[in-house]
Design a binder for this molecule. Structure first.
Ligand SMILES: *Cc1c(COP(=O)(O)O)cnc(C)c1O
Length: 364
């Protein structure tokens, strides 16, 4: 069709990749492709959802006041420091649109969360991806070296999706001390509950007024389908992000569910136990087969596989489990369900058998 005969999106939008969804999720028994919780919400959370549903004809509070109050109390910060929204993705987007835009640069490590280049592009800013170090962890020195006068923000995903790698508290503090105070640091802690190190971004907020921490109810709290996340930062930054946020961004049902899930310590403890066991189990099984994997601070394991990522994904689907493949890099598998972990290992065995019978073919 002629351009000129239809509405044209902004050029930056037309140039961006679409979000991809994992292959095969409708055909499999287990989903290990999106880092969802392996347990459905607890009965008390389901009840809270039903109760809230009975008032669905009414608008929620403008800014999710009840959930904000709960989070502020739990984290020992002021309510003004907390912004809630329809998932941490939405809050990342609102923050980028508040602080970045045309003519500015946003730095992030790469490979990391596939949403970052898209969110940065939608904000109109230029993405500056900085390769991870050889061990798959963030190369903080290289990220600092990438700062220019145009840099407005740095996104740090810790633990990192999809490699599961973590940077320690001391490294992050040294990094924050060197970032210019005019550059906003977005610390994405979507997997903080599963972390193996003691880094807790909220504990750093007093010392670093250019820091914003993002967390979610989608993973350890099992509410991915309802969309609830939060940001904790300085009161000033939070005030500006609230200005850029859509009113009523958190639904009544999501708010009630998040409040109940946040108070349900048994549920998250069960999820954490299943995940910790699953990580150890899957990593041990992979190591036995000659595939060393990085220690993971997430609810998933990263399988570096420069040759064969897509083949392993296809093999996993054939074994009844969806995983996430990144061409030429590796495969990310969510853990917590024993049968799904076994299916991944069986798919690795299948793949090794294929390789053994194909002269010249290698995987790593
Ligand atoms: C899953 C995930 C999120 C969470 O997104 P929600 O919008 O809260 O569901 C954010 N960041 C990373 C790195 C993730 O993997």
């Amino acid at each position: 069709m002629n351009s000129g005969s239809r509405p044209e999106p902004r050029k930056v939008i037309a140039a961006l990749p679409q979000y991809s969804s994992a292959a095969g999720t409708s055909r499999v028994t287990w989903r290990a492709s999106s880092n969802e919780s392996v347990l459905p919400p607890s009965p008390r959370v389901v009840e809270a959802i039903a109760r809230a549903g009975a008032t669905a004809h009414l608008y929620p509070s403008l800014l999710g006041d009840a959930l904000v109050a709960d989070i502020a109390e739990r984290l020992q910060v002021t309510a003004r420091q907390v912004v809630v929204g329809g998932g941490s993705l939405a809050l990342l987007q609102q923050t980028l649109s508040t602080y970045t835009g045309h003519g500015t640069e946003v730095i992030f490590g790469w490979r990391s969360y596939e949403a970052y280049p898209i969110l940065v592009g939608v904000a109109g800013s230029d993405a500056v991806p900085v390769p991870l170090g050889a061990d798959g962890t963030h190369d903080l020195a290289a990220m600092l070296a990438a700062v220019t006068p145009s840099t407005k923000a740095i996104i740090l995903c810790n633990p990192n999706n999809p490699t599961g790698t973590e940077v320690g508290r001391e490294q992050v503090e040294l990094f924050l001390q060197r970032v210019p105070p005019t550059v906003l640091v977005l610390l994405d802690e979507a997997y903080q509950e599963f972390a193996t190190t003691s880094l807790d971004g909220v504990g750093l907020l007093d010392a670093y007024p250019n820091l914003a921490v993002f967390r979610t109810f989608s993973k350890a709290y099992g509410l991915a389908g309802l969309r609830a996340g939060y940001m904790v930062t300085s009161e000033e930054i939070a005030d500006f992000v609230r200005v850029a946020s859509p009113p009523f961004g958190l639904s009544t049902v999501a708010e009630a569910a998040a409040q109940e899930a946040g108070a349900d310590a048994d549920y998250s403890a069960r999820v954490l136990r299943l995940v910790a066991e699953g990580r150890d189990r899957l990593r041990a099984g992979l190591a036995e087969r000659g595939f060393p994997t990085p220690v993971s601070g997430g609810n998933f394991v990263w399988i570096p596989l420069p040759h064969g990522a897509r083949e392993l994904e296809v093999g996993c689907i054939a074994r009844g489990v969806s995983v996430r493949a990144f061409d030429g890099e590796g495969v990310r598998a969510t853990v917590g369900e024993r049968a799904a972990e076994d299916a991944v290992l069986a798919a690795v065995d299948d793949l090794m058998a294929t390789v053994a019978s194909s002269p010249g073919k290698t995987l790593t």
